[in-house]
Design a protein around this ligand. Structure first.
Ligand code: XMP
Length: 321
């Protein structure tokens, strides 16, 4: 399943689907395969593709890691039920918060999430289901950034010289690894997924933990999750590539109801980009920014400062950790 980049405009979706269905069937043989669906564009498209290849021999799980957006597990399960694809929700909040406890370094946080997914949760699911293969939606941009040492994406192994079979006890298939986000979206449309799935803004594997600077705690997740709902609501009808709320670690002095409050800071980011390799901040209107900030301050009393990121990628990156 390796090979060179296939650019979106060159992607022949029918041919790609046919080839990948064949490859997946060959790799899985008569057995079963598992995949974890986060509801992001890549994992949604891989789920649809693998389901086309394997039907009910594909077991799809949504890992409730406690780091997802509000209402996500049920929403994703319902969207896939319409596609005839059953999704089982696996509660795993405790394992993830335990692994993240006390960690502040971005790469250590990413590594803790990776290990919890692959060594702990997926391994148990593979064992229970008797599967030999895990399918996942790694794309070329994930590989590029990891190999370049910019950011360890949660789902990249072989390109770093890690053999998943040896490290975790199962094989990993990556049918999308020649594509970038625009190609994955084109494929999602061809597979008959609803636009609400294949045209969704990207969401990272480490989920809201990628948007918390410093230690990830249930309390900080609660704050950033609330801010995320507001940012996504305000910016949902822009053409931006991706938008998000980030919770800073340091507090600043503010005041509420005449009293000093050493409060939280939220940073809003909104990006124009084609494939996430480079990005520019969207020129949002000041009015939109003001209204969004007002809503965050009213709804989340812990927050006393809100900023908008105006740096480009590079040197910034899209997510905060
Ligand atoms: P960065 O922050 O590296 O993000 O500029 C580029 C794109 O990748 C997404 N992203 C991830 N996706 N696993 C993923 O599947 C990850 O660990 C991860 N980190 C970042 C990010 O949302 C953006 O679209």
């Amino acid at each position: 399943m390796k090979g060179k980049e296939i650019r979106a405009e060159k992607l022949n979706t029918d041919q790609f689907i046919q080839e990948q269905v064949k490859e997946i069937r060959k790799a899985v043989g008569k057995g079963v395969a598992v995949n974890a669906l986060s509801g992001g564009v890549d994992s949604s498209v891989v789920t649809a593709l693998a389901h086309r290849a394997l039907g009910d021999r594909l077991k799809t799980y949504f890992i409730e890691n406690g780091l997802m957006r509000q209402g996500e597990a049920k929403r994703v399960q319902a969207l896939f039920a319409v596609q005839g694809i059953p999704v089982e929700i696996i509660p795993a909040q405790k394992a993830f918060f335990k692994a993240l406890s006390g960690l502040t370094d971005p790469e250590e946080k990413r590594e803790a999430i990776t290990q919890t997914f692959y060594k702990d949760i997926f391994r148990a699911l593979v064992d229970q289901s008797g599967a030999k293969v895990l399918l996942q939606g790694t794309i070329l941009t994930d590989v590029d950034e990891t190999v370049a040492g910019i950011k360890r994406q949660h789902n990249v192994f072989e390109q770093l010289g890690i053999d998943p079979k040896k490290a975790f006890g199962y094989k990993i298939l990556e049918p999308l690894v020649q594509l970038r986000k625009d190609g994955v979206r084109k494929l999602g449309r061809a597979l008959g997924l609803p636009e609400s799935l294949f045209n969704r803004i990207p969401f990272p594997g480490p989920a809201l933990a990628a948007r918390i600077i410093g230690e990830v705690t249930p309390e900080k997740i609660r704050l950033v999750r609330k801010a995320t709902v507001i940012v996504e609501k305000f910016l949902g009808d822009t053409d931006a590539f991706q938008y998000m709320a980030i919770l800073h670690d340091d507090r600043v002095t503010g005041m509420r109801e005449g009293k000093r409050e050493f409060g939280r800071q939220i940073e809003i980011r909104c990006w124009d980009s084609l494939d996430a390799r480079t990005a520019k901040p969207t020129r949002l209107s000041y009015e939109t920014l003001e209204k969004m900030a007002g809503k965050i301050i009213r709804d989340i009393p812990e927050v006393v400062s809100i900023t908008y990121n105006i740096a480009t990628k590079p040197p910034s990156t899209i997510e905060a950790i």
